[in-house]
Design a protein around this ligand. Structure first.
Ligand SMILES: [Zn+2]
Length: 128
């Protein structure tokens, strides 16, 4: 049975308990890596400056972004392991497994890979 690395666990622990529940189940059936959990405002600004995010963290806040009012991330970036950034088919296959797991747990989740304007396949966020 696959298991998360310490790094993945630490990142997942910065996320909302519902995201933790989903991916703690997913890991039992699919090996995967947590790339990003919570971001501070400063980290979001860096991600924006580096072109990794379309959200600047000030005018618009990311679902990854934490603050005093929101101490846990409502989004998490996860890819199947080993990570292949361009493996669209592999990502879609993994996404199906995540969606089934979320549905079984009764948790509404949105996949960035379903977005039309800016497809973000590692990205998952809770429906709020
Ligand atoms: Zn993301």
């Amino acid at each position: 049975m696959p298991k998360f690395s310490i790094s993945s666990i630490n990142k997942l622990n910065t996320c909302h308990p519902d995201l933790q529940r989903i991916f703690n189940d997913v890991i039992k059936i699919r090996d995967c890596t947590v790339i990003c959990g919570a971001r501070t405002q400063e980290e979001q600004q860096k991600a924006f400056a580096g072109g990794f995010s379309k959200i600047d963290g000030i005018n618009k806040k990311s679902m990854h972004q934490i603050s005093d009012e929101r101490p846990l991330s409502l989004a998490v970036d996860v890819l199947p392991y080993p990570i292949k950034w361009d493996d669209k088919k592999g990502h879609e296959d993994f996404a199906r497994a995540v969606k089934v797991t979320a549905e079984q747990l009764g948790i509404d989740i949105v996949w960035g890979g379903d977005w039309k304007s800016f497809s973000d396949r590692p990205h998952w966020e809770l429906k709020v």
